[in-house]
Design a protein around this ligand. Structure first.
Ligand SMILES: NC(=O)c1ccc[n+]([C@@H]2O[C@H](COP(=O)([O-])OP(=O)(O)OC[C@H]3O[C@@H](n4cnc5c(N)ncnc54)[C@H](OP(=O)(O)O)[C@@H]3O)[C@@H](O)[C@H]2O)c1
Length: 144
C-alpha cells in the first residue's frame, strides 16, 4: 500500500516532533516512521505506527524502505563529517529517485519545522534539489 509520508530519523529529537505531528493530524495508514536500526521496529509498531528500515550509510535499506512512498520527510543525522553527510544525502536521493518518490523534503541543520536557521557548514551538503525551497511552516512540510 502506498504511504503518503515517510519520516526518517524518527527516533531523534527533531524527527520525533515531526512524527508526533503526523500522529495527531494524519491517518495512521498514510505514514510510517523510519530508523537506521531495524531493531527499532517494535518501538513504533507497538504504537500502531508502520515502520521502514532506512540507513543512510548503505544503499540497500533506502532502496527497499522508500518503495511506495509519495513524500519523503528526511532528517539529517548529526554527523559532522561533511563527506559522509554528503554521501548519506546522495544515497537517499538516489533511492528516492529510483522508487519514484514524488517529493523529498529535508530537515537539516538549516531549518526546523517552523523556522529557518542561519546557513551553516552542513547546509553546503544539502543536495541541490532540496536547497531551492526552504520549508517555512508546518503546512509547507506536508504540502504535496
Ligand atoms: N533538534 C533540533 O531542534 C534541531 C534544530 C535544527 C536543526 N536540527 C538538525 O536536524 C538534524 C537532526 O537533529 P536531532 O536533534 O533530531 O538529532 P538526533 O536526535 O541525534 O537524531 C538524529 C537522527 O538521525 C538518525 N540516524 C542516525 N544515523 C542514521 C543513519 N545512518 N541513517 C539514517 N538515520 C540515521 C537517528 O535515528 P536512528 O539511530 O534510529 O536511525 C536519529 O533519529 C541534525 O542535522 C540537526 O543539526 C535539529
Amino acid at each position: 500500500m502506498t504511504l503518503k509520508y515517510l519520516i526518517t530519523g524518527a527516533t531523534g529529537g527533531l524527527g520525533e516532533q515531526v512524527l508526533n505531528y503526523l500522529v495527531a493530524h494524519v491517518p495512521a495508514s498514510e505514514f510510517a516512521a523510519a530508523s537506521s536500526n531495524a531493531s527499532n521496529r517494535a518501538r513504533f509498531e507497538d504504537r500502531g505506527i508502520a515502520f521502514r528500515h532506512v540507513n543512510y550509510d548503505d544503499q540497500e535499506s533506502p532502496d527497499l524502505g522508500l518503495n511506495d512512498v509519495e513524500n519523503l520527510l528526511f532528517v539529517s543525522t548529526n554527523v559532522f563529517d561533511i563527506e559522509r553527510r554528503h554521501k548519506q544525502h546522495q544515497r537517499l536521493i538516489d533511492s528516492a529517485k529510483k522508487a519514484g518518490v514524488k517529493h523529498v523534503r529535508g530537515l537539516s541543520i538549516r531549518c526546523t519545522l517552523s523556522i529557518r536557521l542561519l546557513p551553516s557548514v552542513g547546509s553546503r551538503t544539502t543536495p541541490r534539489p532540496l536547497s531551492s525551497k526552504p520549508i517555512s511552516s508546518r503546512k509547507d512540510l506536508l504540502k504535496s
